[in-house]
Design a protein around this ligand. Sequence first.
Ligand code: HSE
Length: 433
Amino acid sequence: MNKNSIGIGLMGLGVIGGQVARVLLERGESLAEQVGRPVILRKIKVLEQDLSRPQAQEMEPYLLTTDEDDFFNTPGIDIIIELIGGEEPALDYQKKALLAGKHVITANKEVIAKHGAELVAMAQKQGISLSYEAAVGGGIPLIMPFKRDLVANEIKGIYAIINGTTNYILTRMSREGIDFASALKQAQQLGYAEADPKNDIEGIDSKYKLAILASLAFQSRIRPDDIYCEGVSRLSNRDFRYAKEMGYVIKLLAIAKQSDGFIEVRVHPVCLPEDDFLAKVDGVYNAIMVEGDLVGKITFLGEGAGPLPTSSAVVADVVQVARDIVLGAGCRPVKRPQLDKEIKKMSEIVTRYFIRMNIADSAGVLAQIARILGDNNISIASAIQKEADETTKTAEIVIMTHPSQEKGIIKAVDELNHLDAVKEVNNFIRVEV
Ligand code: HSE
């Protein structure tokens, strides 16, 4: 295609949008060399209330518009970068861009996880591209490796720490023995967690990211609603203490794996052996372990969020798409079969379990507990009893089971909670080895 330049329209000028705009403007020369044409930022769509923010003040006023029509009607835009986040109006804007024949680049995990298949189909129909490298793992290359470098493999599994905020919180709880509320507060003070941290701590952010990775890995359509999701807010510093005594570290993992012809997709806290690579990934870092039948186990590690790493991925997409435009390559055909693989019910999964409970400290109680577990086909691997409280005559016990089926555990926990001698089953955590 004989174009003199590649024009960019940017939607959203928050911290990520501001950084992407900065890279496009400050590294224009190097980008032009890599693309073979100047890459020109032509318009930025901002919200009225964002005009006073520092990143808006940095921009030449002619670049900024608060008017949607003005933005979409700006001449010479080939690529639209959507960095608004959230489902709407971002989804609407992406569709509008694709229908207008503009290539779309986004970091929006919610939109891609929920509507990716529909958007890809729209883009393919138009012969244009939809790129979303920054949607998972910030600057860590993941989407391209799944679309290109790993395609010869049958992917056996993905085990991922893909939410930096929760990994920071769990690291602080584990290292310092502080409780969840204090660790969350510190994460918020450092700007890691949002003021409303629900999406991070309830595992929803990880669920969106896993839906994207699992759909690519298994050439299937995995919807966020297909994924079992449990966050970290139920974890107590006692869980960390006892897990450590048993040689385990607790992490929030996003897991997608093939087992017995089914796909398992789940996000929940996990006890990992302390010498496992993922157990050692601390702070805001993300790590994504992928197992393919040819490549074996490989792990991607890095900063999974923040303006600098995210801008790295977004601008890489810009260069890739711009090169394709220059070469007249149109959309990169990623026409992989959308197989509908069956997803295993959570009740059918099998793992080991760590169960912590408060019990009456009196004769025969352990025997009653062992009977309930045995009746539900749950075999005890080890147990520790702790801190008998003289005044209340209670003790805390932690049981590690052999591999057991989830439905047996759920039933046993319910029965234990109805036992007079059990004050409360405080928590149970799945174990991955
Ligand atoms: N809130 C996410 C995290 C970053 O903490 O990892 C954006 O995906």
